[in-house]
Design a protein around this ligand. Structure first.
Ligand code: ZN
Length: 348
């Protein structure tokens, strides 16, 4: 055994540090640890050799070897941390103090928001929401609503028809209004009936600022004993107040739809001007805004469904959801809704 001196300790430490600086991964660090600090390690060999030294020398070399051991253990930890940081830096610098990246959240389409709002109002008034088919039979879209073939009222709706494979196939179309569900529901249910029917409707017509080939409607139907025009007016007035403000007044004007008798056009007083501003974009100075068609269900429809029209009466109404949305938000072009420009949609 060669004699161990303070110089030996310094040489072992220097060599260990030089090799540690070359260790580039965890496996190399572990090999270095075994080679220096392990059972047969270089520094461990120095400590083992202490016993052969004279006592005064043993104390001095032992102290130096223990200091070197602690220093090399610290150097190992430091080298491991250095390698870990280098690995992180090669991926991406992470600064936890930076503000987070905003997560873009979607929102409900304005027409969807207003459709839900309308249905909520009618739900509070006792109307259940039901839905019906968009591909409809001629018989339900027109015939049973008292609009037979060649009836001039068909001109009120330009229709998308499906081609028939055989002349005997039933005529089918994309529904032009939600009114067919009046018939479908009354055929299947006993009065009292109170339903609101939301849904898409289709018109074969050119689009402009107030017409789209697809639009959403909400149909209202109530059938019960003793219903009158007063119930219709009260229901729609309450709707107008909740939708457009508590001061709203409603106006009914005579109108014609084959499936109601009498038929009315319902307007609310203008909420965008005092009612006399010819430049008002909402009412154009008339003071009134038409929002829906309505009326008392025609007695023939109640009778055709199997109920006694002298005992049961009903009222119905239909409104365009886009139109209500345009009025509510002062939108002047219906085409904005379905052109899907996020700059428009993000405002709601
Ligand atoms: Zn006005």
């Amino acid at each position: 055994m060669t004699s161990t001196t303070l110089d030996t300790v310094a040489a072992v430490e220097a060599e260990a540090r030089a090799r540690l600086a070359e260790a580039a991964d965890e496996a190399a660090l572990e090999a270095w640890r075994l080679g220096v600090l392990g059972r047969s390690g270089s520094l461990t060999g120095v400590l083992r050799g202490l016993g052969a030294l004279p006592e005064d020398e043993r104390r001095a070399v032992g102290a130096a070897a223990n200091i070197a051991k602690q220093a090399l253990e610290a150097a190992l930890d430091a080298r491991r941390e250095e390698l870990r940081r280098a690995a992180l830096g090669s991926m991406e610098a992470l600064d936890v103090t930076l503000p987070g990246r905003p997560v873009r959240r979607g929102g409900l389409h304005p027409v969807t928001q207003v459709r839900r709002e309308i249905l909520d109002i009618f739900a509070r008034l006792g109307f259940a929401t039901v839905e019906g088919p968009e591909v409809e039979l001629d018989e339900y879209n027109f015939g049973r609503l008292r609009i037979p073939e060649h009836h001039p009222a068909r001109d009120m709706w330009d229709t998308f028809w499906f081609e028939r494979e055989q002349a005997t196939d039933p005529a089918m179309l994309l529904r032009t209004h939600t009114s067919p569900m009046q018939i479908r529901f009354i055929e299947q249910h006993e009065p009292p009936i109170r339903i609101a029917v939301p849904g898409r409707c289709y018109r074969y017509e050119a689009t402009d600022a107030t017409h789209e080939w697809m639009m959403q409607q909400i149909e209202l139907l109530a059938v019960d004993e003793g219903l009158s025009m007063a119930n219709l007016k009260g229901t729609l007035q309450e709707f107008a107040r909740q939708m457009f403000g508590p001061e709203r007044r409603v106006l009914m004007r005579n109108s014609y739809f084959p499936f109601v008798e009498p038929g009315v056009e319902l307007s609310v007083d203008c909420f965008a001007c005092p009612g006399n501003n010819p430049a008002c974009p909402v009412c154009r100075g008339s003071g009134w805004i038409e929002i829906m068609g309505a009326g008392m269900v025609h007695p023939e429809i109640i009778e055709a469904a199997g109920f006694d029209p002298t005992r049961y009466t009903g009222f119905a109404a239909g409104m365009g959801v886009e139109r209500v949305t345009m009025l509510k938000y002062g939108i002047t072009d219906i085409r904005a809704f379905y052109s899907n420009d996020p700059r428009f949609l993000a405002q709601f």
